[in-house]
Design a protein around this ligand. Sequence first.
Ligand SMILES: [Zn+2]
Length: 304
Amino acid sequence: MATIQDRLRIPWSGGAKQIAFDAILPIFIIPAMLLLASMSLWWTIFTFTTVVIFLTLISRFFIKNIPHTKFFFLWTITTLTVLYFIFEFIVIPFLEILLEENIALSVLIFGFVISVCLMKKRTKQLFMIVESSRNDKEGDRLKSCNICQIKVPSRDRHCLWLDCCVGNHNRCLFISALFFATSALTYSSNLTLTSVCHPFTLYRAILLPDDCSDVYKLFELGLSFVSAVYSLALAAILLLLFLQQLVLVSLGITAKEWNKLPLVSKLCLGMFANRPHSKGFCRNWTQVICWSGNPQYEQFNQEV
Ligand SMILES: [Zn+2]
């Protein structure tokens, strides 16, 4: 693996730039997956199932052997780029999408991109926090991340797909990123499906797809259809993550603490569990939304 990685270089001003072999895999896998899936219904089921199994196996391998891999982050970027490209250059020419619908979708995508950029920016700022701020007055529990090599306040998780640690410093941005991503994926899949399938109107207001049996007869229709199915599957996963974050912040616990709860507590949404770091619903949310007001953080910035 190290030899292959060493030989992979792209011409760059000032000398060839080394690129990681594992990081570029999504650039080939995602377009290939969508192209194969667009051939027929059976190819769609086969391809998506294979990719889920592949991702499950390879994620275990990468986490164990290459924890700093950019594979998952490149998967996110490639997915965003490919889905947007298909929507703009294949679905839009069907002339079924209104300009304002296209603008609304672009705004949602822009919201997601901005949220992720700010998340990463805030995590980079954490490098400025020194050991002396370990015990802050607001009760943020600084925990180390082996991948980022930093201490993160009330660390929730290291999100491999965004290549960024999630803690109290950027949790509201993580939640907004999940919200924008879920909305954009659901909206784009609905627009696509109602363009390529026979639509019907629900309550005279909501347009939904009805019969999609003809989509595999034309390449453009098939590709648009599978991109919408892929978007919808991602939206369902992100919606669960979004709801999980709402519950965790309300309870004042992290994902790791949630996983340790007994099943009975989880079924009661953790409301009766022992939560020593919770400050109550309102203060938990205030702490997450107004994290930049952390006194130690500001004090340290002033010293810098
Ligand atoms: Zn991390």
